[in-house]
Ligand binder design. Structure first.
Ligand code: SF4
Length: 315
């Protein structure tokens, strides 16, 4: 893995350049999946932070065919970048939650586009099992396949409080099932969930270090409209300790210093559309601006990825 000398951590764009020798753009797809936390298999309420209205169009209108979504995505990005290659990003809901034959059809449809060189598939730990992994393993012989697993927290009381309806042990199990299959395994983590103090937040890094994970995306908790959390926030705001920007940057830099040095960092924040965001509001700063602040803070604190990894292992 080549290191971007301007960064004190392994960044995703360098990883993509190294793997593909060019810019590769992800195109988000809504393939009409649902999730066991919404369809009643485990719950109907969903995770308490999940705004189903923002990415749940298939309950209301038919989803466009995967190839049409790819074509539309390519025409959008082709105007902005000279990118020639794309990853189909199965993003909305749980994208391994269907019969394997149905998954096969959808994944093949995406891969049939000549400019699509692979898939990024986002899912829940409890939607990963040997059948769908066999399919992904087969596809990974020919294509780049990244599997992004929603970890969200490594602390079971938090997972229970936010109604994730799975435990961290199930997350570990999913990673163990998925490893050694030439899949690029990623994880997604939310920092700032209710009840998590700094010690717990930093302990996530230590537990994630033990997973067979290649890419980690983190972001701060955002409360968005039409969620259970929005209701809780209105009625009992004191249960939340939402991050101010400076405190978040301070936490993330400490977090990076504990993280295993070979984990690629996919992102540090996410931007909910302003019309949905309730709190925290960071003056509309963009992801790249916050990333630049994190880069600066790492220099200021003389921290880098893995600096405190061995100390954490020794504890
Ligand atoms: S966040 Fe994901 S797993 Fe949770 S309810 Fe929403 S779609 Fe389902």
């Amino acid at each position: 893995m080549s290191v971007n000398k301007d960064k004190r951590y392994l960044d995703y764009s360098s990883y993509i350049k190294k793997n593909f020798d060019q810019r590769v753009q992800k195109i988000s797809i809504n393939a009409g999946f649902t999730c066991p936390n919404l369809d009643g298999t485990k719950s109907r309420g969903g995770c308490s932070y999940c705004n189903n209205n923002t990415f749940n169009p298939f309950y209301c209108k038919p989803v466009k065919p995967v190839l049409t979504q790819i074509e539309e995505g390519i025409s959008f990005f082709a105007q902005k970048y000279k990118t020639q290659k794309y990853l189909a990003y199965f993003q909305a809901f749980s994208n391994t939650y269907a019969e394997t034959s149905h998954l096969e059809k959808l994944y093949h449809e995406a891969l049939s586009h000549p400019q699509v060189i692979g898939l990024a598939i986002s899912t829940r730990p409890d939607c990963i099992h040997p059948d769908n992994l066999e399919l992904l393993t087969y596809l990974a012989k020919k294509y780049y396949i990244s599997l992004e697993i929603g970890i969200e927290s490594t602390f079971n009381p938090t997972l229970e409080a936010i109604n994730r309806c799975h435990s961290f042990e199930e997350t570990i199990h999913a990673f163990v099932l998925a490893k050694d299959r030439n899949l690029h395994l990623g994880g997604h983590l939310i920092l700032g969930l209710p009840g998590e103090n700094k010690d717990i937040l930093l302990s996530h890094a230590e537990k994630i270090n033990l997973l067979p994970i290649e890419i980690l995306k983190i972001h701060h908790l955002q409360i968005v409209k039409h969620t259970m959390m929005a209701f809780q926030y209105k009625n009992d705001p004191d249960i939340f300790q939402l991050f101010g920007l400076e405190d978040y940057i301070d936490l993330v830099t400490d977090f990076i210093s504990i993280l295993r040095p070979d984990i690629i960092l996919g992102r540090f924040t996410s931007e909910s559309p302003a019309k949905y965001l309730i709190a925290p509001k960071w003056n509309g700063l963009k992801n790249y601006e916050i990333t630049a602040m994190i880069d600066k803070a790492l220099i200021h604190k003389n921290l880098w990825q893995g600096k405190n990894y061995l100390n954490a292992v020794a504890r």
